[in-house]
Design a binder for this molecule. Sequence first.
Ligand code: SAM
Length: 294
Amino acid sequence: MLKNTFFYIIGIVFLMLAKIKNHLKGYASRSFNVSEVDKCIEYDINIVENWLSHLQKYTHDANYLAGKHVLELGPGDDLGIGLYLLSKGCSQYDACDVHDLMQYTPDSFYEQFFEKLAAINNQADIGFLKAQFIAAKQGNSSKLNYKVSHDFNLVSAFGEASVDLVFSQAAFECFDDIETTVSQLNVVCKSGAILLAEIDLQSHSRGIRDWDPNYIHRYPRWVYNLFWFRGIPNRLRPYQYKEAFERAGWTDISIVPLKKLDDLDKSYAGVYKDFADHKNQMDYLSIMFCARKG
Ligand SMILES: C[S@@+](CC[C@H](N)C(=O)[O-])C[C@H]1O[C@@H](n2cnc3c(N)ncnc32)[C@H](O)[C@@H]1O
């Protein structure tokens, strides 16, 4: 009881700090800086490899990406993921974000990225990838297509029925309105399109994340909303994503826990009553969510 009261108060401090930081510095996506180039490159490559490994399990096809039109939601700081996906054989990479985080990434990052790609894949057509990058930067037509849409309007950004595969990493938990996003995915995706999204369900604040991963779930909505800013976790639970996609006609939904709390009782300790029912799966800290458009 005393421990929960302590964490409740500490949590308020962290919510306040997150809001102040966002107000002063704007939205920050990663825990490390874009100047840590090797780390960023490794991060991008690992994300894609992880997606592809889950995609293979989901589709039972090791080469599913080949020739596919990909859309990434919330790509964050750089186009490394897009370049890597193109090097792996997708036909088109589109990406959409509400924050223009890529503007801070220097060209030197991409020079190192191309060097790394050439080193790990001697089949990669670096000339082609560089041409796509330059075209994208100049605002010309490119297989690497990054759009910033402050209202996150996927339909006006990408049109109708073109996308085969949707990927997303640690972004769904930031979306303002999951129903609207799913209904827009219904328009931009082809029938049978597949979505793979890693969703980070726990607190984003680094100082408290390891101590009290579910602290954002301790508060009633009105308290949590006092600290709202665009990009704060929306606190949706796995079943709510599932229901939103099912309502929009998506099928074959798979939810794989990637990070879990071992102690089930501890994962529910001190959570607000809205999250107390076991359908909330509070022991799930991050998941891979997969679905197929019907
Ligand atoms: C935690 S970052 C992850 C970025 C990147 N995928 C990565 O793994 O580094 C969350 C991403 O979601 C985007 N985002 C934040 N709030 C959003 C919102 N309300 N709607 C859509 N995207 C949002 C951010 O701009 C950012 O790209």
